[in-house]
Design a protein around this ligand. Structure first.
Ligand code: ZN
Length: 291
């Protein structure tokens, strides 16, 4: 599996991708530049809109348009003007925190978590937004990342990056409740370089995990905890991935250049750009926010 560079855009911190099957476009964000990107594969065209602050993930809405997480809240945002309207605020008094990656579950609830921007304390949390009601689901999170749901809608996957683990919860689609956290994947060193960041789930129930600092995406069987496949990338900071394309068989991959030295950037000039790999199997669709 050879990834292609689809957009040489060199984002500071590309993240939070989602596929809009209705319109055949990929949404993604550059968190540090505060940009929401819309990539149209047919035209190979990317446009972006300024959110005016950190924007950490973007999801399609069932009613049309998109919702995002800004530094301290869930918002809808107009993709033409960038004008955001709040849905729910969290952690308003925690100036050192910001939202990080997020995604919708199969029932259309919007899940997203926060992190300490200095990456020192576990002051982050995972939140769940249902319509306009937000609830804190987990606390003591360091860097909230990597959400996904199994094809049978009975398991939710979650990543707190510094733990080097992918967790699984029993997930109740009807209520959105999660319980019985366990570890399904562990990034042992030196076999698995870097830390787990964003992830995607394929139609066979296998999970694809981005390696921040590890130049790759790996595919895992969550039932055995064993790696099945690996996709190499020419950039170290691989942040997240999302299935897209008409047949949902193309994996879009976001990356970052933030924090890399001048020397490192000479070796990986495309750091921060958008990549794509044809996986030969289908992924699960992006779920839209039900509001
Ligand atoms: Zn991430």
């Amino acid at each position: 599996m050879n990834p292609e560079l689809v957009l040489d855009v060199r984002a500071e911190l590309g993240e939070g991708p989602s596929w809009d099957g209705k319109n055949g476009v990929l949404y993604w964000v550059d968190i540090l530049r505060g940009l929401v990107h819309i990539f149209e594969p047919k035209e190979s065209r990317d446009t972006s809109v300024r959110a005016g602050e950190y924007v950490s993930c973007v999801v399609p809405r069932k009613s049309g348009g998109v919702a995002v997480t800004l530094q301290h809240g869930f918002h809808t945002i107009d993709l033409k003007s960038g004008k955001a309207s709040p849905l729910a605020q969290v952690e308003k008094g925690v100036a050192g925190n910001r939202f990080n990656d997020g995604k919708c579950d199969p029932a259309g609830r919007f899940w997203a978590g926060t992190m300490d921007m200095k990456e020192k304390s576990a002051s982050g949390a995972l939140y769940r937004l249902e319509k306009n009601k937000v609830r804190k689901i987990l606390s003591g999170v360091s860097i909230s990342n990597g959400l996904g749901w199994s094809p049978d809608n009975r398991t939710m996957y979650y990543i707190d990056t510094p733990t080097r683990k992918v967790s699984a919860f029993d997930y109740d689609m009807k209520t959105g409740d999660v319980r019985n956290r366990k570890t399904v994947v562990y990034f042992s060193s030196p076999d698995q370089p870097g830390n787990p960041d964003g992830m995607a789930v394929d139609a066979e129930g296998m999970i694809w995990v981005a390696h921040w600092g590890g130049y790759r995406i790996t595919r895992w069987n969550p039932a055995t905890g064993r790696p099945l496949d690996s996709v190499s990338l020419p950039v170290a900071q691989v942040t997240s991935c999302c299935f897209g394309g008409r047949n949902l068989d193309e994996l879009y991959i976001t990356t970052a250049r933030t924090g890399l030295s001048h020397q490192a950037l000479l070796r990986q000039p495309h750091a921060g750009s958008l990549f794509r790999v044809r996986t030969g199997l289908r992924g699960l669709p992006t779920y839209a926010f039900d509001a």
